[in-house]
Design a protein around this ligand. Structure first.
Ligand code: FMN
Length: 187
């Protein structure tokens, strides 16, 4: 157990990394028509009625003004088969969508083909959050598909495995493999 104070940013970062998340690519269309997208694991559900979700964007992100002025965004939830999107959309580039299969959805936001879920949102509110802005979106459309979610934990990607069932139930089902962790990318 590590008991350092939260003034050490690396210590805080490592503690926060113990909270496993999914991985999303959040997209929008800027006022100049430029398509923007970045890898984000800050996504969370907020409310079912009304249907609200949130994610946070670091204030120094080049795409900040596009997200702030656009009025809409889409959250693409990545499956394990989209693992390479994570690094791609976390790396600054002039056109991140040039070689990425997508279609255009609500508000002109790009939707990544084969995502395991997509939430098309209108921007409900933007809240100050220290060195981040918190975007709260009202979900206008939500779709989902079968597929394994990509998981991010302690700086590594993980492939999900079902928690082992009790012995009596397990006999009848297929063997469960422990989570496989790919130690590449991404802190
Ligand atoms: C797994 C992972 C999760 C991330 N989550 C966030 C996030 O929630 N918010 C954020 O602002 N940046 C996050 N980032 C960093 C951005 O993806 C990265 O800074 C990106 O280049 C910003 O896009 P832009 O340069 O087009 O603005 C994350 C990166 C990775 C690898």
């Amino acid at each position: 157990m590590s008991f350092k104070t939260v003034e050490d940013p690396m210590h805080l970062r490592q503690a926060l990394g113990r909270f496993a998340t999914g991985v999303t690519v959040v997209t929008t269309r800027g006022p100049d028509g430029k398509l923007e997208g970045l890898t984000a694991n800050s996504f969370s559900s907020v409310s079912l009625d009304p249907p609200l979700v949130l994610w946070s964007l670091q204030k120094r992100a080049p795409s900040l003004e596009s997200f702030r002025s656009s009025g809409s965004f889409a959250v693409n939830v990545l499956g394990t088969h989209q693992h390479s999107h994570c690094k791609h959309f976390a790396t600054p580039a002039q056109d991140k969508f040039a070689d990425i299969a997508h279609e255009i959805g609500f508000g002109g936001c790009p939707l990544l083909t084969d995502s395991i879920a997509t939430f098309e949102c209108s921007t409900h509110s933007v809240v100050e959050g220290g060195d981040h802005l918190i975007f709260i979106g009202r979900v206008e459309r939500a779709v989902y598909a079968d597929g394994e979610p990509l998981i991010f934990s302690a700086g590594s990607f993980c492939v999900p495995a079902l928690f082992p069932k009790p012995e009596s139930v397990r006999e009848a089902s297929t063997a469960v493999q422990p989570a496989a962790i790919q130690r590449e990318c991404c802190s």
